[in-house]
Design a protein around this ligand. Sequence first.
Ligand code: SF4
Length: 254
Amino acid sequence: MTPLMRAHELAADWNARFQGAPALDVLRAAYAEFGREITLASSFGPEDTALIDLACQATDRPRVFFLDTGRLHEETYEILNSVRDRYGLNIELFFPESSAVESLVRKKGPFSFYESIENRRECCGIRKVEPLGRALAGARAWITGLRREQSVTRTDVELVEVDETHNHILKLNPLVDWTYEDVVSYHEERRIPMHSLVGKGYPSIGCAPCTRAIQPGEDQRAGRWWWEADDSKECGLHVDESGQITRASGKANS
Ligand code: SF4
């Protein structure tokens, strides 16, 4: 059996065992299985702060990483600091390669991402995708705050997927079935820090120049890369090499 087949078998097994299970149960099992070889991706949006709170109940000092693109809102650093203090976490920060950023901005200017999808993906590739590869080096699994309800690009996300872009490690999405209301209620119940832009109409928060507030009734990710068509709105962190959002378990190869 190839490593890829083994990974899909493992993902299918996790999906069968934990379908519909509470997020905390999934996380407890994940930390029991992977120990320090599982890491949690956080951009400090509301899903991620809920996940960090859950992870801190599931294990002692979970690994959490953060991709600092260099184009983030000031408020993102404020929530990072609040979370760091509250949970005593040593958050792993990853920055883009400075030479790649310098070269991009010299050649195309600071706002090239508005000019075309290719330019936007180039910027995301340098500032997010390449650092993600370094953040996941050596990991056997990672945890994300993806939810099916978030957007049209995420409706068939599974609880556990195989990340075919990153050495066939597992990607766990414990909040996959949560609604936005579930996320907000969880924050209220647990009194955990919330990114201050959420209250200003930003349910999804990325880089400052590429995120705007949404209007009532709009898709929760409508404010991300708002100038692009809906089906283009992924930054590369959750898509495979063909540009498709990663698929899960036994369905992945079908
Ligand atoms: S979200 Fe915008 S600024 Fe951030 S990496 Fe992507 S294109 Fe660049």
